[in-house]
Ligand binder design. Sequence first.
Ligand code: FES
Length: 111
Amino acid sequence: MFSQPSWKFHLFFCTGNKCLGKGSEDLKLLAQNKLSQTTHAGDLLITKSGCLDLCDYGPIALLYPEGKWFSSMDEKSTSAMIDQILTGQDVLPRNIIYQIPGKDGLNKNGV
Ligand code: FES
């Protein structure tokens, strides 16, 4: 029987061809590795997605339920993103390329 997951957040890294060519798989692995070294590993699910149609701005990442899309991800921004999610800070405000309308709530309490 399916048991309800405990994740509070879902972070996607686009691994469509263009983002993949810019290192998105390594960024996903970096994020998963960093998360695994915390006590909050069960609070955040990190997976990959297919192409998100913003290829020129990649690597692209998405964070839900915040509904935020991030561009130009690199190792530094990925590492900062995990810290910010876990501590309830605004996540990479300079990297936000799109915000799902009506999803303006930030995780002010962290996980
Ligand atoms: S390959 Fe990532 S947005 Fe297209």
